[in-house]
Design a protein around this ligand. Sequence first.
Ligand code: URA
Length: 196
Amino acid sequence: MDDKLLEIAERIRGCTRCRLHETRRLAVPGEGRAEKGIMIVGEAPGEKEDEEGRPFVGPAGRLLTSILTRYGIDRGRDVFITNVVKCRPPGNREPLEDEIAACTPYLVEQIAAIRPRLIVALGVHSARTLMSFAGRRVAKITDVRGKCFKVRIAGVETTLCVTYHPAAALYNPRLRTTLEEDLRRFLGGSEGGLLK
Ligand code: URA
């Protein structure tokens, strides 16, 4: 990870900007070298992520990692994986608006440091937060799922693509198929993704 990302991660690990620092075990800044200029942004750490301090290492993470691997994406090398909210909400509840607002500046700093060509937003909270930079309100994930938008965040012109959160796809085969198809279209696969 470059020095700027490491410095941001250090500040996230010591962050007390919102109530989530009182209940988290470990903050989860994010990881990956982003050599393909891709960022993947989820919602918030779950139990396993909170224990390990790493993003997407629980059941939803295993699904995400297996889809990425199938499409030729190495999660440690090609992408940077993070969340809108860097600390686990108690009992895995959804993050609250003020928690998202307190944490979004870290995501913006990470985007400025990485300058991604492509950001994939997983789930409604990620989509809503990132689409707000394009001046768009997102009420439901289905309004934007499967779509890509040009956005400018922290002076970086990038493409933002939206799909379901893998946790929603874990027990719903229909959502899982859609998630797989979206990620194949965004990232690669045999037909080539947006980056080829
Ligand atoms: N869900 C998320 O949104 N992020 C994680 O890191 C794990 C589960």
